[in-house]
Design a protein around this ligand. Structure first.
Ligand SMILES: Nc1ncnc2c1ncn2[C@@H]1O[C@H](COP(=O)(O)OP(=O)(O)OP(=O)(O)O)[C@@H](O)[C@H]1O
Length: 361
């Protein structure tokens, strides 16, 4: 079967400001009905990438394609209004002199009565139908955002670019509007490229996550894969707290508090970071100075002394000072488990949940 033409494709986009590359060779493809989340810390170049695709900003290098048609390279450039791309940005602005319904109908063409119907249908989807004849200044920030969302969806764009579009909504509304909006866009076969700096939000919404750092995409994949097979220590740390256990390779093995780890083919003296999330440490009780028996899955237990235990709602976070090397490890335990500081306990690590990377200083 021939590969499908992506609805949106960007190839090797580069953008510098004052000699600093803020987008550095970024390539992506989004298929019809797919939601891709551009995820990364503040300032990594997510919004600049979106602005170039929208045509608000001109790239220094690279190409932007829609359905196999070139929208923009450094020679040809279709202006923003000719690209057929819907935009929902953080700094959306409604037209103050138009009513809510007129704002939503603004970009649509057709007889007035039909436009009104289409606007009302979109307003209903974002729960704002009752405000159709109000003016923007009569609405709260979150209500204005919902109208802006309805306005962006009304022309049924085949490509939708969204920059933190749900951030101004309160929690109760956010989940519903977010799921409904993305379902609508997916059903319509739109390609959605959505910017967020919140990993939980990206995991919930995305078919694919593109993790960005310092202007580059460091990893792309389904949320499950990006979370469970991070490209490096920093990628792992972006999704949750992590523990890092340092080790040095001797004879293709690394000795740690939790027993030996195999490091086949790794030269002697290589420093390794063994990374594990707090959720994947297990806790067991001290039996007169002894811990539980080693198992294949959890390796050798190691003793630690509780330094701090905090209740976090659905889980507790317990910090241990390890006897082995004085390092501190964090374990997340479901429900309320708040041992007193000074309590000795035994820790085991889920070996299948460890990620091993060469140490980089
Ligand atoms: N017009 C501009 N002139 C100069 N520097 C800019 C301009 N626009 C963005 N930058 C810089 O480029 C870098 C990337 O900015 P960008 O807005 O793309 O990041 P971001 O990942 O979207 O961040 P955030 O999540 O905070 O919005 C930042 O360091 C920013 O200061």
């Amino acid at each position: 079967m021939a590969p499908k033409t992506p609805r949106l494709e960007i190839k090797s986009l580069v953008k510098s400001y004052q000699g600093r590359r803020v987008v550095d060779d970024v390539s992506l493809a989004v298929q019809p009905g797919q939601v891709t989340c551009l995820l990364g810390p503040s300032g990594c170049g997510k919004s600049t990438t979106l602005r170039m695709i929208a045509g608000i900003e001109m790239q220094d290098r690279g190409e932007i394609w829609a359905d196999g048609k070139l929208l923009c390279d450094t020679v040809h450039r279709i202006p923003p209004e000719g690209r057929g791309i819907g935009l929902m940005f953080q700094d959306f602005a409604l037209f103050p002199h138009l009513s809510v319904a007129q704002n939503v109908a603004f970009g649509l063409r057709g007889p007035r009565g039909v436009l009104r119907q289409q606007a009302e249908a979109q307003l209903e989807k974002v729960g704002m139908l009752a405000y159709a004849d109000n003016y923007p200044h009569e609405l709260s920030g979150g209500e204005q955002q919902r109208v802006a969302l309805a306005r962006a969806l009304a022309p049924k764009p085949s490509i939708m670019l969204m920059d933190e579009p749900f951030s101004g909504l309160d929690n109760r509304l956010r989940d519903g509007i977010r799921d409904e909006t993305l379902d609508l866009l997916k059903e319509a076969g739109a390609a959605v490229l959505l910017v967020t700096h919140e990993p939980a939000e990206a995991m919930r919404m995305a078919d694919e996550i593109a993790l960005m750092r310092d202007g580059k995409i460091v990893q792309r994949g389904a949320p499950y894969n990006v979370y469970n097979a991070p490209a490096d220590k920093e990628a792992a740390a972006f999704f949750s707290d992590i523990n890092v256990i340092r080790g040095t390779v001797r004879n293709a093995l690394t000795e740690t508090a939790f027993g030996q780890f195999l490091a086949p083919g790794t030269p002697d003296g290589t420093e390794l970071d063994i990374v594990i999330r707090p959720q994947h440490l297990k806790i067991d009780f001290d039996r007169d100075g002894r811990g539980p028996n080693p198992t294949a899955q959890d390796g050798t237990p190691a003793r630690g002394v509780v330094e701090r235990a905090r209740f976090m709602g659905s889980e507790s976070l317990v910090e241990f000072r390890m006897d082995y090397d004085g390092s501190v490890l964090k374990a997340a335990v479901p429900s309320v488990f708040l041992p007193k500081p000074g309590t000795a306990l035994w820790l085991m690590i889920r070996r299948d949940r460890c990620f091993v990377f060469p140490h980089r200083s």
